[in-house]
Design a protein around this ligand. Sequence first.
Ligand code: NAP
Ligand code: HSE
Length: 434
Amino acid sequence: MSNVIKIGILGCGTVGTGVLKVLAKNMSEITPRVGARIVVSHILVRNLEKKRDFITDDIKLTNNLNDIINDPEIKIVVELLGGIHPAREYMLKAMKAGKNVVTANKDVVAQFGKDMFDTAEKYDVDFMFEASVGGGIPIITPLKQCLTANKISEVIGIVNGTTNYMLTKMSEENASYEDVLKDAQKKGYAEADPTADVGGLDAARKTAILASIAFNSRVSLDHVSVEGITNITLEDIAYARELGYTIKLLSICHDDEKGIDVRVHPSLLPQSHPLAFVRNEFNAIFVRGNAIGETMFYGKGAGQLPTASAVIADVIDVARDIVKNRFGRIRCTCYEHKKFCPIEKTVSSYYVRLLVDDQPGVLGAIAMAFGQTGVSLRSVIQKRKVNQNAEIVAITHIVEEEKIHKAEAILNKLPAVDKICNVIRVEKEAAQEE
Ligand code: NAP
Ligand code: HSE
């Protein structure tokens, strides 16, 4: 049994520092759980002059990857640089040198997951990425292991802390989009460039990873249809609330006879849905399996210590195997090639908010435009005037997405329609089957 397992960390920013903090704080608990002491041997950074906390004298800071790659005593490389380059190349290099790799990098896993797994397989090392989705929430291991007896048909999640924080503040405090975005940035939830958060790309990367594992079939970033929250206004939030919904940016993955459907977009979620109670920067992932039924994972989806918790759990898993001289964790589980369901063929109910002429017959013309494309309306409300226009909100029955687009095209040509302000999908109740 080895008494010490040396690790090398690439990056000492928010999460890297979190890993040092948690290891220092909990080392006396972790060591007996592993059966060996985990020792941080080297940390790769860009700037060697930067003042950093939690770097003890026994840790060597370096800006040369080879110091880590060429050290035969380092068994695990923890990649916490972020972004694709050079993180991807560094992880590949580490695996080729026989090191196990643990990462929090959703960008690389979502776009180059297959490449990473193939390399791990070829060089007989582990590639672990629990922290890449849901920060501190355990979801990759539960999907790969604890729920593996199920056929999973649905995964719906709130997987971006920034946008959930923003939508919560807009909804509960009537705060403006611009103010809450600044607030989320100040609190450290947002990415350096927050367009990936508000535009849905951060959630899309996590969605690709979730769907690949849940459905055992490779889903990469370009399979995910993405819309962010940039068009969501306080008006939409107020109407949604009045209708019994809350607006959330959802990560949606379905696997049924039409194929795999993966998307990220804002949705009106029934206030009774378990995900509607997920507020602020919290994340949650709701999973439906054919044995477990419904189950939900909830917690902090970002932040220094929660993310470090997931990273270290992966390190501990690998370290335990090293101690026991066991190899071959569950590796790539994408052993099927399922077809994809095009977004136009997906079905949903829709919220449509329009500004129209406030004149007799206009409501009838609008209903006819929807009817012409086979879209049936469940409810229509007209509450207020905006300048000279009447504002109308319609909720449709469940319909194919392509029919809604056709209805939009017809509505846009109607002289009485000034503007289609927003079209947002409406999610069904959690327990409601299609
Ligand atoms: P960060 O604060 O920006 O830290 C990045 C670190 O990497 C810095 O120490 C930086 O060095 C180092 N670095 C970057 N490029 C480098 C290069 N080319 N060579 C050497 N060092 C380099 O990032 P973070 O927030 O800790 O995120 C790390 C990873 O965790 C990302 O993949 C992110 O998506 C993921 N993640 C983060 C969170 C979160 O809440 N922050 C949550 C879940 C997942 P310097 O210090 O010298 O600049
Ligand atoms: N910017 C991300 C979020 C951080 O807001 O959820 C965690 O990936």
